[in-house]
Design a protein around this ligand. Structure first.
Ligand SMILES: CC(C)(COP(=O)(O)OP(=O)(O)OC[C@H]1O[C@@H](n2cnc3c(N)ncnc32)[C@H](O)[C@@H]1OP(=O)(O)O)[C@@H](O)C(=O)NCCC(=O)NCCS
Length: 159
């Protein structure tokens, strides 16, 4: 819970929120941050991690496993405070979480569906060894506009 101040400082940014699902709020209030931290710290199966830079929580990376026949597959997601963009930090975080999913969680597949226009995120996925499977045309609506999403995945070779 001590991460609340830095979490809100980095997360309260329209340029971060506009590239994420609507459940990542903008403005990102202290109340929203506390609710998220309560959720993240109470999960029996941890799936939300802080990206720690210089001793403070500067972003987040995590995964959501599927259910039923998709139970060995997980969607990964990540964001980073804008002041730290362009230093390879999200790529390193995604590689670590993918390794955690494949190793500790014994998952078969990790995937992500960035907006196709999100060049930075697409680049992060490529640098972390993910492969483009296809474009999901008009699969989402953000800020009132239809958006294509890119389906990227990486398969666990050890499975
Ligand atoms: C996406 C995000 C996590 C990237 O974090 P980051 O730590 O800056 O990423 P990295 O430094 O590891 O890599 C970014 C890459 O994108 C490239 N990039 C960034 N903006 C770009 C642009 N407008 N056009 C082309 N390439 C771009 C960088 O040059 C870098 O590639 P390189 O190493 O080949 O030069 C960060 O921008 C962010 O939090 N964005 C808002 C939230 C978000 O989009 N999350 C992902 C949702 S799917």
């Amino acid at each position: 819970m001590q991460d609340i101040e830095s979490l809100v400082r980095h997360a309260d940014n329209a340029r971060v929120a506009q590239r994420l699902r609507d459940r990542f709020p903008h403005p990102y209030t202290r109340g929203a941050g506390l609710a998220f931290l309560r959720h993240a710290t109470s999960s029996i199966r941890p799936g939300n991690f802080a990206i720690e830079v210089d001793g403070e929580a500067a972003g987040g990376v995590g995964f959501v496993p599927g259910t039923d026949v998709e139970r060995y597959s997980a969607e990964v997601g990540y964001w980073l405070g804008e002041s730290l963009w362009g230093r390879g930090i999200a790529t390193e975080a995604l590689k670590l979480v993918t390794g955690y999913c494949f190793g500790s969680e014994h998952l078969l597949r990790c995937f992500a569906v960035p907006f196709a226009s999100n060049v930075a995120s697409v680049r992060v996925l490529e640098k972390a060894g993910y492969t483009l499977e296809g474009i999901l045309r008009s699969s989402s609506v953000k800020a009132g506009r239809p958006r294509d999403q890119a389906m990227y995945s990486r398969i666990n070779p050890e499975w």
